[in-house]
Design a protein around this ligand. Structure first.
Ligand code: SF4
Ligand code: SF4
Length: 182
């Protein structure tokens, strides 16, 4: 009995008073991912990396918007989104209190505007992503003429790029030679 009392005194309090007192979590604890829409460029890298399909991206071409979303009900707190984000727009926090009264409250969204294609005018990619990529390629362009060519390339939608490439192929000597040999 004396031994047991000694052990109890040595151990101290083994339980915590949560929820009446806050719980301290470990330094590397992986809790609720927080999204900073101001830093996000809507590149979708996190939605591709998320193993639990907790992250989503939906494009509304008519409205010219792309909506990023997170469903905390599906998140497994793996941290892949934080690892792949190029702008530190999503980071795991120590917060583990995610209970809500209504299931829909587990979903958060952020809406981004799409940039129009410089060739056809149709919205095709998030404005912030286009600006981010443009800044990156401008920084490495060897000349102003090259930087301008790259800017046009980034601001052109995939359909117009394909049409342009096909136009070039159709106008090439190889194709003309094939056509005359038929
Ligand atoms: S922490 Fe993991 S499961 Fe949760 S949103 Fe990020 S990638 Fe998805
Ligand atoms: S990876 Fe980062 S920048 Fe890209 S959509 Fe996700 S949160 Fe936004």
């Amino acid at each position: 009995m004396f031994k047991l009392l000694k052990e109890v005194l040595r151990t101290g309090e083994a339980t915590v008073k949560y929820p009446f007192a806050p719980v301290e979590v470990a330094k590397d604890f992986r809790g609720k991912p927080e999204h900073q829409a101001a830093n996000c460029i809507a590149c979708a890298a996190c939605t591709v990396a998320c193993p639990a399909n907790a992250l989503g991206m939906e494009t509304d071409a008519g409205a010219g918007t792309r909506t990023w979303s997170i469903n905390y009900g599906r998140c497994v707190f793996c941290g892949r989104c934080e690892e792949v984000c190029p702008t530190d727009a999503i980071r795991l926090t120590p917060d583990f209190e995610l209970a809500v009264a209504v299931k829909a409250d587990l979903v958060r969204t952020a809406v981004f505007r799409l940039a129009p294609c410089v060739a056809c005018g149709k919205p095709f990619a998030p404005e912030k992503e286009v600006a981010y990529v443009t800044a990156l390629i401008e920084a490495t362009a060897p000349s102003e003429a090259d930087a301008e060519r790259r800017r046009q390339l980034v601001a052109t939608c995939p359909a117009c790029k394909r049409a342009h490439d096909l136009g070039q192929i159709a106008g090439s000597r190889v194709v003309r030679a094939m056509e005359t040999s038929r």
